[in-house]
Design a protein around this ligand. Structure first.
Ligand SMILES: Nc1ncnc2c1ncn2[C@@H]1O[C@H](COP(=O)(O)OP(=O)(O)OP(=O)(O)O)[C@@H](O)[C@H]1O
Length: 326
């Protein structure tokens, strides 16, 4: 069953400093219980997509075209009370700065209790145990500043999952954590969502870190979804030149005596809809039609947005795509 249905969504921000087209016709569906990672460089539109899914776009954001449906209903069509109810009952959010998302003046046990249907002490402690926190009595009595970053993130996950939402959006949930605990937190997020049947949308720069924990990878560029598929397919047989570039740019994939190749150029800052393929200026396979027309998604499940999809394997052998350790 489709839980989240993003249909050709275009969103732009109007600010005193100018206009920024954050989403330029993004399309994506997420089924109930799916674990989806949305990857892409800074500015590709991941956070805007995530906030739109939660009905949390700021006032400066304007929907130009398209729609976003949760449980079959457009979040843009809901009045504020119904949107609040949808958020409270069906949606959850975990941010990068977990400690910052907690109230610094109140003990974490009390904060968690507010989100529980049966807010007793036993339930609070059991929820803290479920997110694999040690010494839960002490944690429940603590103020946020008394917890490490990893512990605060686990509390934030317990709060976000308290009502077993249909969809949990996690925006760079491990970016502020030490490398050793990043994987533990990602595993916890994925396991907790799987146990509850909650769909997970993780927004991240870290393509390979997340791959082991999700059932689908979604690659964004220039405010559009340019490729999607099971992690093994995307990592082993990337089809979009941007995905291939991202994999070449993964640290640790350099060959001995070779150099780490990054994608030349910078991601676009769009001020309006892209006339052609937004990746064309950085693409080594660019031809005239790439600048002239917007690519439409391929008809298969990967929905690759590339004019040259299907032609490129003759140009690049897949041996050139580095193997990614997961
Ligand atoms: N509140 C805002 N006001 C104005 N412009 C914004 C706002 N939020 C995002 N943008 C712009 O929209 C574009 C997409 O940003 P967005 O944060 O959605 O991408 P992202 O992929 O999540 O990037 P990052 O990983 O850096 O958060 C960028 O050009 C960004 O500067």
């Amino acid at each position: 069953m489709t839980l989240l249905d993003v249909r050709d969504l275009a969103v732009r921000y109007d600010t005193p400093h100018g206009v920024s087209q954050a989403l330029d016709g993004a399309s994506l569906t997420v089924a109930a219980g799916e674990l989806v990672a949305v990857v892409g460089e800074s500015g590709s539109g991941k956070s805007t997509l995530g906030m739109a899914a939660l009905g949390l776009l700021p006032a400066s954001a304007q929907r130009l075209t398209g729609d976003l449906l949760v449980d079959g209903e457009s979040v843009f069509g809901l009045d504020p009370p119904r949107l609040r109810r949808l958020r409270r009952t069906r949606l959850g959010l975990v941010l990068q700065d977990a400690a910052g998302s907690l109230d610094p003046t109140r003990r974490v046990g009390r904060q968690l209790a507010e989100h529980l249907d049966r807010p007793g002490r036993a339930d609070v402690l059991s929820r803290l145990e479920q997110v694999r926190l040690p010494d839960v009595e002490r944690v429940a009595r603590s103020y946020p500043h008394q917890l490490s970053g990893g512990m605060a993130q686990r509390v934030a996950i317990a709060i976000a999952l308290a009502r077993s939402p249909g969809l949990l959006v996690a925006d760079e949930p491990t970016a502020a954590l030490d490398t050793e605990i990043k994987h533990d937190v990602l595993r916890l997020l994925a396991d907790s969502c799987r146990e509850r049947g909650t769909a997970l949308l993780v927004l991240t720069h870290d393509l390979t870190g997340i791959a082991a924990y999700c059932t689908r990878l979604v690659v964004m560029y220039g405010g559009r979804v340019v490729e999607t598929g099971p992690p093994d397919d995307v990592l082993e047989r990337p089809r979009h030149p941007y995905t291939r570039g991202l994999l070449h740019a993964v640290p640790g994939q350099e060959t001995v005596g070779g150099t780490l190749r990054s994608i030349a150029g910078s991601p676009p800052v769009l001020t309006g809809p892209s006339a052609g393929c937004a990746f064309a200026p950085r693409c080594e396979f660019r031809v005239d039609r790439c600048d002239a027309r917007r690519p439409e998604p391929s008809a298969d499940a990967a929905r690759v947005l590339c004019h040259r999809d299907g032609e490129l394997d003759a140009v690049v052998t897949l041996d050139e795509v580095p193997e990614v350790s997961r």
